[in-house]
Design a protein around this ligand. Structure first.
Ligand code: PEP
Ligand code: CO
Length: 444
């Protein structure tokens, strides 16, 4: 079966909307085809090698960020705060788990969302298209704002480029230096348990590093001063992915140059659909979200298409079932792929199976459910003899009140609910998550 970067076009998906002016869409795609890649083949290969190590039991993945990035929320502080929070969480996991952590942001491209319904009623009762992410249409609930607008794709590209530029500077320019770990605390993280535990940890690390430096001859300690940080998003809007597909200049292999890591979602992992068709041809490491309703045999059919040579690091399975259904679903899927001899890194997304709607239609998640599903994941991995390879989270460094837990009660949700899509953990909740799961991992 021959593949090309446009071979997905023969297949339909309800998650790729029709444009009122397809010619205008084509024109933007042609423009993007000439723009520089956002990531490079060498970086993609390096990430794949790290993920291959995770699949072999050495290391963890921390993949986190917004449910959906937006144009309105784009500023230096938001990018910095989420980056900083990930540094803190990775530090906790590294210190407690004593294994390297691969940091992957849901960032610099996470602009397109799958929706269960194509339309919804507006305030006037008319049917309007649903919001599909800033790359496609506007959040405002009017027919005009919801019309797919191709210019948004170019804006998403430039925002992704600027975000990556900042992240590359933070990761390599001294900000991520572990000596400064004590200063990474976000200003608003309340004076509670997680903050105290983190301060203690940062002090210990500082001391350890000083001792090591005393033996180091004043060498430059590069590994402790700079880190690698990777980008990722759901490869949902294929016109954008195709326009950013490039060939590796060394080998000629096709690379999705929109992000280091891309994933297919729960709603787009049809082995015969356009998303799987596109992804099978690019060399990037890819994620597959896998929920409790996956038919027996379907994960293996997907892997036959997406990783026929069973290459390590190519596939990360991101399990997401909801706390109540996790145990059964996870053991079934793990057993199936183990029996088929599949090399994969196992991760859990404890967010998307735990969304619920409370008072007056607010979408939220309970930190307790998120922790329960994550601990179940660790327990099931152990019982099935596979390595629990990491966590995929929706969180932000902003002081939001979107998930219930720690200092946020059900009545507080409206105070600072800022997500245009799914509810995210705030910094205190995310730190609590890191300590709790790291503790559970170390008790193994
Ligand atoms: C997401 O990650 O934002 C998402 C929509 O997840 P899923 O495909 O697992 O529902
Ligand atoms: Co989401």
């Amino acid at each position: 079966m021959s593949w090309s970067r446009s071979s997905w076009r023969g297949l339909r998906s309800p998650h790729i909307p029709e444009y009122p002016d397809p010619e205008a869409l084509r024109a933007v795609e042609d423009t993007l085809k000439n723009y520089p890649p956002l990531v490079f083949a060498g970086e993609v290969r390096q990430l794949k090698a790290e993920l291959a190590r995770v699949a072999d039991g050495d290391g963890f993945i921390l993949q986190a960020g917004d449910c959906a990035e937006t144009f309105a929320d784009f500023n230096t502080f938001n990018v910095r705060d989420t980056f900083r929070l990930m540094l803190q969480m990775a530090l906790i996991l590294t210190f407690v788990g004593e294994k390297p952590v691969t940091r992957i942001g849901r960032v610099a491209g996470q602009f397109a969302k799958p929706r269960s319904n194509a339309t919804e009623p507006s305030a006037d009762g008319d049917d309007i298209l649903t919001y599909r992410g800033d790359m496609i249409n506007g959040f405002g609930a009017t027919a005009a704002s919801r019309a797919p607008d191709p210019g948004r794709m170019e804006r998403a590209y430039f925002q992704s480029a600027a975000t990556l530029n900042l992240l590359r500077a933070f990761a390599g320019g001294g900000y991520a230096d572990m000596h400064t770990a004590g200063k990474w605390l976000l200003d608003f993280v309340e004076n509670g348990r997680a903050r105290k535990k983190y301060e203690l940890l940062a002090k210990k690390i500082h001391k350890t590093l000083n001792v090591m430096r005393a033996y180091d001859d004043g060498g430059r300690e590069p590994a402790r001063q700079r880190i690698d940080f990777y980008s990722s998003h759901e490869a949902l809007f294929l016109p954008y992915e195709e326009a950013l597909c490039r060939n590796d200049s060394l080998t000629g292999d096709p690379v999705a140059a929109s992000a280091h890591f891309i994933w297919i979602g729960e709603r787009t992992r049809d082995p015969n659909g356009p998303h799987v068709e596109f992804l099978r041809g690019v060399i990037n490491p890819i994620g597959i979200k896998c929920g409790p309703d996956a038919q027996p045999g379907s994960p293996e059919r997907l892997l036959e298409k997406l990783n026929p040579l069973n290459e390590g690091g190519r596939i990360t399975i991101i399990l997401r079932a909801g706390a109540d259904r996790a145990e059964r679903a996870f053991s079934r899927i793990i057993r199936e792929l183990q029996a088929a001899g599949r090399k994969v890194a196992w991760c859990v997304d404890p967010m998307h199976g735990n969304t619920r709607t409370v008072d007056r239609g607010i979408k939220t998640r309970m930190l307790s459910d998120i922790l329960r599903e994550s601990k179940t994941f660790i327990d099931v991995c152990r019982a099935e003899n596979v390595h629990p390879g990491g966590f995929h989270l929706e969180m932000t460094g902003k002081n939001v009140t979107e998930c219930v837990g720690r200092e946020v009660g059900r009545d507080d949700l409206a105070k600072n609910y800022d997500s245009c899509c799914d509810p995210r953990l705030n910094a205190s909740q995310a730190l609590e998550f890191a300590f709790e799961t790291a503790g559970h991992l170390s008790r193994g």
